[in-house]
Design a protein around this ligand. Structure first.
Ligand SMILES: Cc1ncc(C[n+]2csc(CCOP(=O)(O)OP(=O)(O)O)c2C)c(N)n1
Length: 556
């Protein structure tokens, strides 16, 4: 019998495609397979979503991750079951580390074969366990009738603070079956934890006692820009983690930016009498494995279990960053009574930090300065792989205009930049992405260069080619008596490689040519690759040998 509130019947594949478009998803990344064709065929037939076929699932995941970060809403990736979902796993670790709001729709073998190790093609008997380990939340669609509620729950989980990647398995037999669509449909609900009024009042009293308060803003504070600025207007100084960059304007004189761990920063922390740590893990590679001396801390986080995890804190407030900081700002007087010398000292420390860094770069200070001038000014997404140029100047000297424009491998995994650049380079309305990669990392992404060309991605790759795993080589020089095992690999001829993929290629062998080459590339359409020939240009003034021993390769 037909009930009144049932409006139509469609396959789950069609319902998934329609629902994603209905909630505003414009772009989806993935690789087609027999196990996801009911959904992808529906996406194509309905014509409401742009599907970007990556060459591999790792690339597709990195693209969706970067897209989610830059667009500031849900990134969506669709993979097949088994090896395909496994291929995406490493890249999903990065999305998990960064807390990207991301939906990974993957598949399963027919329900009759699922979880039973019966040898069905593409089967992974414990796929759920794999996905649980790399997801904020794991969900499985069990029945066609629960299709949209389950999908809606997955989207809610991805978007709710603390945001993160959600994996949803949709067995392929379910994708083909009809489901009834009722009205109204469940819409995703975004939940934000709200700190108690008592906690805000107590925090306001604590802040009033401080003369030199500072904010330490992490990636969890990306949505708290306005409130953080209100507090700075009242006299707070600021510093950010790399993932929290530009939560406060990086050009503001009272912020250290992401110069958060050098001697200048330490001298500031020694004077500071209250540090509000907001949405930050105080990660090991940004706090010398938590040994960096920090001022008395009040910690604010949307994830209840983060309290005091890495540093002892005076108090912990479980709440959304933006909501908590704006209520704090309301509870405080117009201006606190800040120590003007302290805010001045922050400006000086910041300027000194930039100067000291520039001195270490040698000829590459020209490259850093040019990017410094262009990236924030043009509101370009600034996407970076793990390469020496990023660990030195990319992560802190080249400024970004707003937090979502900073995309880098927070978990330290090389080889994600080429694909992340594509995700950033297809966000509707975004400026041309500028993507910094090393030759070693780029080699993992070579297949996705073809995707960049095919999709006309709006980006410029800046490939720093030192024909080596440079940072590994430097660590070998510093710690392994210069034995360069496995770090001097064959490097492809990128000009020939680009020619084979129709990617425009420009070589810079003199840093003096970098500005004009970049400006021309920024004025073009579609992807362009600028190869900076570091063998021709020469070494940095000081070799970068990674963070302190014990964290090699996991860059600052
Ligand atoms: C997925 C992954 N594998 C291995 C490493 C170890 N690692 C860190 S940096 C690096 C070399 C990167 O070389 P390249 O992209 O050429 O940049 P460069 O160091 O030369 O600037 C390697 C292999 C890593 N961080 N991530």
């Amino acid at each position: 019998m037909k009930r009144d509130n049932i409006v139509r019947e469609e396959t789950v594949g069609d319902a998934v495609a329609r629902y994603l478009a209905d909630i505003g998803v414009q772009t989806v990344f993935g690789v087609i397979s027999i196990h996801n064709m009911p959904i992808l065929d529906a996406i194509a037939r309905q014509g409401r979503i742009r599907f970007i076929p990556a060459r591999g699932e790792a690339g597709a995941m990195n693209m969706a991750d970067a897209y989610g970060r830059v667009a500031g809403h849900l990134g969506v990736v669709i993979t097949s079951t088994g090896t395909a979902a496994g291929n995406a796993a490493g890249a999903q670790v990065e999305a998990l580390t960064a807390g990207t709001p991301l939906l990974h729709i993957t598949s399963q073998v027919d329900r009759a074969f699922m979880d039973r190790d019966r040898g069905a093609i593409h089967d992974v008997p414990r796929q759920a366990e794999m996905l649980k380990a790399i997801s904020k939340t794991f969900l499985r669609m069990w029945e066609p009738r629960g299709a949209i509620p389950t999908l809606s729950a997955a989207v809610s989980a991805a978007l709710s603070a603390p945001t993160g990647p959600v994996s949803l398995e949709i067995p392929v037999d379910i994708q083909r079956l009809p489901t009834t669509v009722s009205t109204p449909e469940p819409l995703p609900v975004v939940q934000t934890p709200r700190a108690s009024d008592e906690a805000i009042a107590a925090l306001a009293e604590r802040v009033k006692l401080a003369r030199r308060p500072m904010l330490w803003l992490g990636g969890g504070a990306r949505g708290a820009r306005k409130a953080a600025h209100l507090l700075m207007d009242k006299g707070f100084g600021a510093v950010t983690s790399t993932n929290g960059r530009a939560v406060v304007d990086e050009r503001h004189p009272a912020t250290l930016g992401a110069f958060n761990m050098n001697a200048e920063a330490e001298a500031i922390y020694a004077q500071c009498d209250l540090l509000l740590v907001v949405g930050s893990r105080l990660r090991g590679n940004e706090t010398r494995d938590n040994k960096l001396p920090l001022p008395p801390i009040v910690q604010i986080d949307a994830e209840a279990t983060q309290g005091g995890r890495n540093y002892a804190v005076e108090s912990f407030i479980h709440g959304d960053a933006g909501n908590t900081l704006s209520r704090l700002a309301e509870a405080l007087p117009e201006t606190l009574n800040p120590d003007a010398d302290f805010l001045h000292a922050i400006a000086v420390a910041r300027a000194r930090s930039e100067g000291q860094l520039r001195d270490l770069l040698g000829p590459y200070r020209v490259v850093a300065d040019v990017l410094q001038e262009r990236v924030a000014e043009g509101a370009h997404p600034w996407v970076r792989d793990v390469t020496i140029s990023n660990s030195t100047f990319g992560n802190r000297y080249v400024q970004i205009d707003r937090p979502g424009l900073g995309v880098h491998a927070l978990g330290g995994g090389i080889g994600q930049g080429i694909a992340m650049g594509i995700g950033a380079g297809v966000v509707p309305g975004a400026a041309r992405a500028v993507v910094l990669v090393g030759d070693g990392g780029a080699q993992l992404g070579i297949a996705e260069l073809i995707t960049a060309v095919e999709e006309g991605a709006n980006l410029v790759y800046v490939l720093m080619n030192d024909a080596a795993y440079g940072v590994i080589r430097n660590i070998q020089d510093a710690q392994y008596d210069g034995r360069h095992h496995y770090s001097a690999l064959k490097t492809p001829d990128f000009a020939t490689l680009c020619a084979a993929t129709d990617m425009p290629h420009r070589r810079v062998a003199d840093v003096g040519d970098f500005a004009a080459t970049l400006d021309t590339a920024l004025a073009e359409d579609g992807p362009v690759l600028i190869e900076v020939d570091m063998k021709a240009i020469g070494p940095f003034a000081q070799a970068f040998a990674g963070p302190p021993a014990g964290a090699a390769g996991k860059t600052a």
